[in-house]
Every structure is written in structure tokens, then in C-alpha cells.
Ligand binder design. Sequence first.
Ligand code: SAM
Length: 332
Amino acid sequence: MAQAVGPEIMPERQPCKGERDLAWRVSCTLRRQQCESASPDAVSGPKACGRLVGMDNPAAEKAPNPWLAMTIDDAREYDERKETYPLRNHVALSRRVAWELILPHLPNDKSLEVLEVGGGTGFWSIRLALEGWRVMLTDPAQGLLDCAREKLLALGLLDKVTIMSADVCDLSAFASESRRLVLAMGDPLSYCGDAVKALREVWRVTQAGGVLIGNVECRYRGIDARRAPSWSDAQRILTEGIGYWPGPHHHLAIQMFTPSEFRSLAESVGWQMQVMRPSDLLLSLVGRELLNDAFARGIDLEELAELELRLGEDPSLLGAGTDIWFVMSKPR
Ligand SMILES: C[S@@+](CC[C@H](N)C(=O)[O-])C[C@H]1O[C@@H](n2cnc3c(N)ncnc32)[C@H](O)[C@@H]1O
């Protein structure tokens, strides 16, 4: 389940005004930060900053991760957008389907702490905490974590969820083989800049027999106005699996996978793939307008979820979802 610029993803693929505004603000913040931190000898003024981070500088070695530039206000707005009609229905459907993947793997012993990587504003940590599980919520974006803390405080759940800043590519704060269940929901493996490194780190901290559940962006369904405003973008995505955030700036590349490629990658690290499913399948198959029509007619979410779950069993549709859901285990 992904979400918008920079910070984006949900089943949303068409950037709405709010997303474009957010993208723009994130880009501006990044530019401002780069201007402020750059040596005056290296760059001066906004134009030079544009060159420093712009797409016209392919040599830019370490492109910034736009999630890290989000403030708590951006995070609140990001959450709010997902609660706004009609996007909230798409988000609710996507989460309903995702919950079916998670449910069978929740530990019986609720004192075992679940690790969430790339947990952002804490939707899944909160969901688990509300049902009695303990969670370690990690993310490298402080603005998102601050927003998560605010929500957890309001819900009285801070005793159930520990918050820690961490990049999924560096989980050195966690002991090896210390986790039974790890969640990587909303595509952090696509955004972290090195999915193999991330998969190795999660592998290290996971116990034998433990499980990793999450999703990654799908290459075949990712070609839309948000990821590919031009033919060259579409071509790059199809041939290299590299997408970028909307806007003119050189952000960290987004890794967009084919199902078979992601499976091979995970298996090369040692994971055993248990389940792969397309996400947001009804949206892909019938389009936003018809699905909005279903929502407007009051068709029950459970009915839609049941249909989506059934269709998602068909292996021929695996590359048809906006993301690829996965459940993988570390062999005993
Ligand atoms: C679409 S959000 C999903 C948030 C949350 N998991 C959810 O499902 O609501 C993607 C998340 O990936 C996180 N992310 C980006 N780069 C990351 C990295 N290097 N390590 C871990 N998380 C990262 C972002 O900060 C953001 O919280």
C-alpha cells in the first residue's frame, strides 16, 4: 500500500492537487535544506541549488530521500488526505485486504514485540496496539514519527508502541534473530535506495521461522502520471525498474519490481516466499471511476474485499496490482 509524492502511495496513482502541493513543498524543503547546508563556495542562491539536486545533474551521488524532508504538518496532511473521500475508501479497501495477510502471522503471545520498519505515521502499529500487541515502530523520517507519537499519545497507546528512528538498511540497533514478525508496509523497500541491503538487515534480525510481511511498488502497474509523466520515464521504469518522485528534482530512486524479480531477489537473500499477491487489484481492473461508483452506491467494503481477495488468487494477475504484497519466512 503505497501513497503520493515523496511521501506517497496508497492505491493512488493519479496525483491530486493536494499531492502535487505536498510534492512541491517537500521539494522546496529539500532545496532549502541543501542550500542551507551547502558550502557557499559550492553553490549560491536558488538557481545553483536547483543544479545541485536537479535531474540535469545525473552525477548527483547521494540523492535525498523525500520522506526525510517531511515535517509533522506534512505528515498530518498526508494522513488527512487518506481520510478524505473518495481516497479513504480506496485506502480502507487496500488495508482491509492487507489485514488478511497479516492476521494469520500475528504471534499468539501478545507480549512478543512486532517490529515495523518504515512505519511512518503509525497506521499499522496503532492497529496492532489497539488489538493488544506490542510494537516497535521504526522509520527514518522524524516528521512522520512525531505525527505517530501524537496519535499514540491521544489514543493512550504509548505504553504499547515504542518509537525509534531507523533506516531499514541499518537495523544495527536490533539484535540478530530477535524478531518473530516484521512488517514493511507501504513500500519502504522500494524507497530505501537498496532493497537487497534492507532484505539482508531484516533477515538478520528475524528469528528462524519468523516472517516478513509487506509490499513493494510494481513495475508494470506503476506507469502513470505520477511516476511517468513522459515516455523516457516509462521506458526507464519498464527497462530498469527505476522510478522517481514527481517534480524536477533528483530524489532517491524508487525501486519498482516485477513479481519474478522481487521473488528472486528475496530468495537470493535466503527468504522463502510464502505468498505474493497484487495490491489494489479492483482499482487496476475496473479503474478509479467505476470503483468510486461502487463506493458511492454503498457497496459493502467486505464484499469488495472478498472479491479482491478472490481475484488476487489468480497468478496471472500478480503483476496487475499497483504494488506486490508479500509474505516471506526465514527457514528454520
Ligand atoms: C507509504 S509510507 C508507509 C508508511 C506506513 N508503513 C503505512 O503503511 O502507513 C512509506 C514509508 O517508508 C519510509 N521509508 C522511506 N525510506 C526508508 C528507509 N530508508 N528505511 C525505512 N523506511 C523508509 C517512509 O519514511 C514512509 O514512512
